[in-house]
Write a protein that binds this ligand. Structure first.
Ligand SMILES: Cc1cc2nc3c(=O)[nH]c(=O)nc-3n(C[C@H](O)[C@H](O)[C@H](O)COP(=O)(O)O)c2cc1C
Length: 227
């Protein structure tokens, strides 16, 4: 059994995991991850989040097919854009394209897929996602805690009505994300982001305070931008 990472280590090393081993995810593990997801904050603690889990039941299999179709459609369109210019063999971009192709081609077989949904309690506003996306991030962090990996995607979007119908999702709820989960085929590692002095301001926009410094050894983004 692997020991759980510290909270700081988990936060710094929860990256998008898109390749999974064939090891099944046990129900006790899944329950723990969803428990952690359900500890997320929400406005007035209304807890409008719901998690629809897709494993191997007949409806789940049908929805997996719809999601795989959606992924294919979205990724094919995105791949055809000029967004990924540096396709030299073995470049970071070409490796990312191979990883994404593999992810999309195998999406229906992801060990577990979770559709975090939110029950709307007022007219949609720009902040309504604030009561569901903390739970989505908790889901990813909870997965990391128990040794699973996951990726948040929007692959449901182009099959939304068919998926809602198949799962009897009521009109007042919306699907906020499609999250694939499984044991990582590769290693976890620190995520790369922009340096703090590009992200943290004090007193005025773009005025980076001198104290906003990343810890020694931090690695930054510069590679290709994935999906
Ligand atoms: C709103 C949102 C939408 C995303 N949509 C997709 C998606 O459709 N497909 C996908 O493979 N990854 C998707 N991602 C995952 C991002 O690509 C990933 O979080 C980002 O590249 C950082 O990756 P890293 O944590 O491994 O560094 C999405 C992430 C967010 C927050």
């Amino acid at each position: 059994m692997t020991t759980e990472p510290s909270l700081s280590e988990g936060l710094a090393t929860t990256r998008a995991i898109r390749r999974y081993t064939s090891e099944p995810v046990g129900e006790a593990v899944l329950a723990k991850v969803l428990h952690l997801a359900s500890r997320a904050p929400s406005g007035s603690n209304r807890q409008p989040f719901r998690f629809v889990v897709l494993r191997d039941g007949p409806v789940s299999l049908r929805v997996r097919t719809l999601l795989a179709e959606g992924a294919e459609e979205i990724w094919t369109a995105k791949r055809a854009t000029n967004e990924f210019p540096d396709r030299a063999k073995d470049s970071p971009t070409s490796r990312m394209l191979v990883a994404m192709d593999h992810y999309v081609a195998n999406l229906a077989e992801a060990p577990v897929i979770v559709l975090p949904c939110m029950i709307r309690y007022r007219e949609p506003t720009v902040t309504e996602g604030a009561s569901i996306y903390p739970a989505v991030q908790n889901l990813l962090l909870g997965a990391r805690a128990v040794g699973l990996g996951g990726a948040i995607t929007m692959f449901h979007q182009v099959r939304d009505s068919e998926i809602r119908q198949a799962l009897a999702i009521p009109d007042e709820a919306f699907i906020a994300a499609t999250v694939t989960l499984g044991y990582p085929a590769g290693a976890n590692g620190p995520v790369r982001r922009k340096p703090l002095d590009q992200l943290v301001f004090e007193e005025a926009w773009e005025r980076a305070p001198a104290w906003a410094v990343d810890p020694p050894g931090t690695r930054f983004t510069g590679g290709p931008r994935p999906a």
